[in-house]
Write a new protein. Sequence first.
Length: 160
Amino acid sequence: MKVLSHSAPWKPVILGALCLLTGVSVSIAGAAKESLAQHLVIKAMSAHPELTEVGISVHSAHGCHSIASTDAGDVGERCESGDLRVMRTSRPYAVKESDGFDVSLPLHDASGKLIGSLAMEFRLQSRETKRSVIAKGSKIAREMEAQIPSKASLYERTQG
């Protein structure tokens, strides 16, 4: 959990802007709370040791951006081409790399509405194929989707 403090009068404004970009909110006491999207990627990462990174991207009026990731540097970045392709086609996308597989899958809310993409990096394991990592990723996506009432809920703060 991150703790941010502010002693100068301009810092709350800066902290507010950072919270919007990173998915972290700050309570009056200074304890950080995470968005549902960030909570879900952290939970997936801890439940699936075969993953090296997890992220959620959505398309909004401001374009397509990452709203949650286990790599903090990715949050707020523009969507990668695989994520855009998945949102456009609603079909999974996988690429084998030297250290594993990058997989992007459509992400739906609990009612089945397409709300974005779920990107995951899987460690390379023997006899792994694109088909097998897409199957693993689809199972993880279904676990997440059951916990997402709507696209708007991804931005809501959890209790930490």
